[in-house]
Design a protein around this ligand. Structure first.
Ligand code: NAP
Length: 262
């Protein structure tokens, strides 16, 4: 539950969130539901994580406003296929699209990166995001005041840690694409921004970072702790709500406890 936002902020609005089965995406989807939205949640490749995380968070009274979709986004065409699934279930415009699904796919040493590794990272973190967004643009334009909120990363600016070169560069694409889209889509009334999380304790870091590395990172952060998914979600809601951020577009909002200050 996110305190501080009106429970009617997104009433009668439709929001699409990808990667919402767990981690940051589950917190975002819950936040939109708490604020009255109808949420189309892409929960990942299967339902198992959604049952353990997203559905644990959602209250019974909110379930009728929640649609769950699954899709593997790691291949060419997958973003377009997901868009068709989303559009099939819609009876009106899309007011906000949150592109959140993504991951590092592994730590790959720069000297031995394979074509398959390169393709997996690019297909998931870049291609699927572009495909989904492109296919949903007519539905976003129809909302007359829609918002796109992308998910970049602190690593897009600072370069990440060893083994993350493909991932970090894929997120730099997302940051630059966000600014370019913001300019191009402004005449259509669509604002485009991104949230750039720092080190957030989700399965992402449980998979890819050691406890020692995380402890060192926490000690170096000005606010003296790692982030949580619930630290990130309010920034997405803020950027999606024209009432709160109607004059903000093309911005990357850093949510990192002061770990990086641009
Ligand atoms: N955690 C951090 O510190 C951090 C920092 C900067 C940026 N980010 C970004 O924030 C976003 C959310 O990350 P998170 O920390 O919440 O990670 P997470 O807990 O691992 O969740 C990632 C989400 O993306 C989905 N996903 C991953 N691979 C997929 C695939 N091939 N096809 C479809 N869906 C897939 C996952 O679904 P499955 O359940 O199917 O895997 C899951 O729903 C990502 O874009 C990540 O890069 C995270």
């Amino acid at each position: 539950m996110i305190d501080g936002f009106s429970q009617t902020l997104f009433e009668r609005k439709t929001v699409v969130v990808t990667g919402a089965g767990r981690g940051i995406g589950a917190a975002i989807a819950q936040g939109f539901l708490d604020c009255g939205a109808r949420v189309v949640a892409h929960v990942g490749r299967g339902m198992e994580h959604a049952q353990a995380d997203l559905l644990e968070r959602v209250r019974d009274t909110e379930r009728d406003r929640l649609t769950l979709l699954t899709a593997d986004l790691s291949g060419p065409g997958a973003g377009g296929d997901l868009a068709r699934m989303v559009l099939q279930g819609l009876d009106g415009p899309v007011h906000a699209l949150v592109n959140n699904a993504g991951t590092m796919e592994g730590r790959f040493a720069a000297e031995s990166v394979t074509k398959a590794e390169f393709d997996r990272v690019v297909d998931l973190n870049i291609r699927s995001v572009v495909e989904l967004t492109t296919a949903l643009l007519p539905a976003l334009k129809a909302a007359e005041g829609a918002a796109i909120v992308n998910t970049s990363s602190i690593s897009a600016t600072v370069g990440g840690s060893p083994g993350s070169s493909l991932y970090s560069a894929s997120k730099a694409f997302i940051s630059t694409w966000t600014r370019a889209l913001a300019r191009e889509l402004a005449p259509d009334g669509i604002r485009v921004n991104a949230v750039s999380p720092g080190t957030i304790m989700t399965d992402f870091h449980r998979r890819y970072s050691s406890e020692e590395k995380l402890a060192r990172t926490a000690a170096s952060i000005p606010l003296q702790r790692l982030g949580e998914a619930d630290d990130c979600a309010p920034a997405y809601l803020f950027l999606a709500a024209p009432e709160l951020s109607g004059y903000i577009t093309g911005q990357i909002v850093e949510v990192n406890g002061g770990q990086f200050m641009g």
